[in-house]
Ligand binder design. Structure first.
Ligand code: PLP
Length: 238
């Protein structure tokens, strides 16, 4: 738990940005004919101080996303014991030497795209903990430099993950290239939706599409995002 200093700028700032963000999400859900309760806002807090997270939590946010383990662990420790508890999502690239701490301290891992990493997470998650929720990262726009599996390899990969103990395969995650046009956003997020539907027709039982960020969350919600990962539009520039 953490007390928020009297002169903190964050309460006023975050109250305003969160209200604006909730309006955007509500408008996108309404336009898509979707129930807003099916969309979780994941607050991406990388690069922002723990005080900002404490304020966001006090305003009702429960899900927080971090990319870098060394930055995340002190925040997780500082906010331990908060009520209601925070849910921590690791959304960065997962290196093999970080899996033990990710398995120990996070509730979700979004960037899973290699079997060796998934096997380590499964082996290192303890039986005393609930299963670690995982999303398979898809390189849906086929960017050479980007993490994630090509779409045509995802089904076989999910089939390899499903039997692993102590992991719960929840769904798919992607990031589109920053300057993607509205047409490219619809195509990329639409391909994710179709991939999830195809996997579920095969019995995968997935319930999560982790997609949409500050600049493209409307297109993601239109295509069925259940979890939008928003940093800048909430906390400001990093
Ligand atoms: C940083 C990051 C985000 C948030 O991006 P914003 O544009 O600041 O909203 C979402 N997802 C991932 C994987 C990120 O690394």
């Amino acid at each position: 738990m953490l007390s928020i200093p009297q002169n903190s700028p964050y309460p006023a700032q975050l109250r305003a940005s969160l209200a604006a963000l909730r309006r955007r999400i509500a408008a996108a859900a309404e336009a898509a004919g979707r129930n807003i309760d099916t969309i979780t806002l994941l607050a991406v807090s990388k690069g922002h101080p723990v005080e900002a997270l404490a304020v966001a939590h006090s305003l009702g946010l429960a899900d927080f996303g971090e990319n870098y383990l060394d930055e995340a662990l002190p925040k997780i420790a500082a906010l331990a014991g908060s009520s209601p508890p925070l849910r921590w999502h690791f959304i960065g690239r997962i290196q093999a030497n970080k899996t033990r701490d990710i398995a120990a301290h996070f509730d979700w891992a979004h960037g899973v795209d290699r079997l060796r990493i998934a096997e380590r997470l499964a082996a290192q998650r303890t039986a005393a903990q609930p299963p670690l929720n995982v999303c398979v990262q898809v390189n849906v726009a086929a960017e050479a430099s980007k993490a994630g599996l090509p779409p045509d390899e995802v089904a076989d990969f999910v089939a390899e993950l499903l039997p692993l103990p102590r992991l719960r395969v929840r769904g798919l995650m992607c990031m589109l290239p920053y300057g993607a046009s509205v047409t490219e956003q619809a195509a990329g997020f639409g391909a994710m939706r179709q991939l999830l539907e195809r996997l579920n027709r095969g019995g995968a039982g997935l319930d999560t599409l982790s997609m949409g960020m500050s600049n493209d969350l409307e297109a993601a919600i239109e295509q069925g995002a259940t979890l939008v990962r928003v940093g800048t539009a909430l906390f400001g520039a990093r």
